[in-house]
Design a protein around this ligand. Sequence first.
Ligand code: PMV
Length: 364
Amino acid sequence: MFPFYVCIFAVMNQPFKHIQGEVAWKAPSNIALVKYWGKYGVQLPRNASVSFTLSSACTETSVRYTAKEAPDGNISLSFLFEGAEKPAFAAKIRQFLESIVPQFPFLPYFELEISSSNTFPHSTGIASSASSMAALALCLTDIENTVMGGLRPSEFLEKASTIARLGSGSACRSVYPYLAVWGKHATVSMSSNEHAVPAFEAVHPVFKTFQDAILIVSSDEKSVSSRAGHALMEGNPFAESRYQQATDNLTALLAAMQAGDLEKFGEIVELEALTLHALMMCSTPSYMLMLPNTLKIINLIRNYRTEKGVPLYFTLDAGPNVHLLYPEADKATVEQFIETELRPYCENGKILMDAVGAGPLKIK
Ligand code: PMV
């Protein structure tokens, strides 16, 4: 399972004798503006993507680590989700920890007690893989820094982002505040396929407080997993032109965000959302992830924008729920519209009010 030298070293030595501690991080979810859809190798993206880091939809994770008296070369894990044992989640976390021993060779030397919970309610159809993998990656990188030392502050987030990516691709963007780009792109300095980079610095301040109201059209499990969705891009006849389009959209979107051009921003963001769904519709097998109420909401948003001139735009994840994006200055007007016109199309009237946020927080 692990390289032979790791096992032998583990059985013979305990370089971390008597070391124990606990770390805890809170990390947010993110919503992509230019979508990552299609990957290769070990979670490497076929095109660069960019996302808003959110504020309210978060995962809080704590990791208690105690040096084993007699290391055996295996991962020792106990895992609680919202205070209860969840064998299916625990198995995934164990598999993930085993896969990152090359990056974190200290892991088999410790008993790990991981406890995790989400700040957003269950059954909302909101994927928690980005926030949970980001929170876990931050905890593990923090432990590495404590027991091994040597990471400079700038390297800390880069390493956490790399580890989060190995858990769930888009999670790598969640370690940075406000706006993050993941994937090598000619116009983004230091950008990489291995990890995300912060991208807010040159962007117009209107986007720092952008709002995201998440309209829950259905809280059902996704009918196609991200993993299967990405894999379908390999046979998609439009794949190559899609990757080029995403690259061009990222250039244009960042330029619009730097100029504070809301109209251009909205045009690209909506096109990206519909392209993601179009790609799924024309894959083999084909998936239709929008529901009738998704389309109703989209049409209502477009009519409202034309009639009232309010900069309200939508984006979609790989599912039927609609993210409404709008400036903080238009909050009151937009929220009245949401209340009267859009809430009726949500499952049990469910909406999560979120906004662009300042990124992860160390809580212990
Ligand atoms: O990180 P994954 O493998 O769950 O893929 C995420 C894909 C989208 O959410 C649809 C787009 C994105 O860039 O976040």
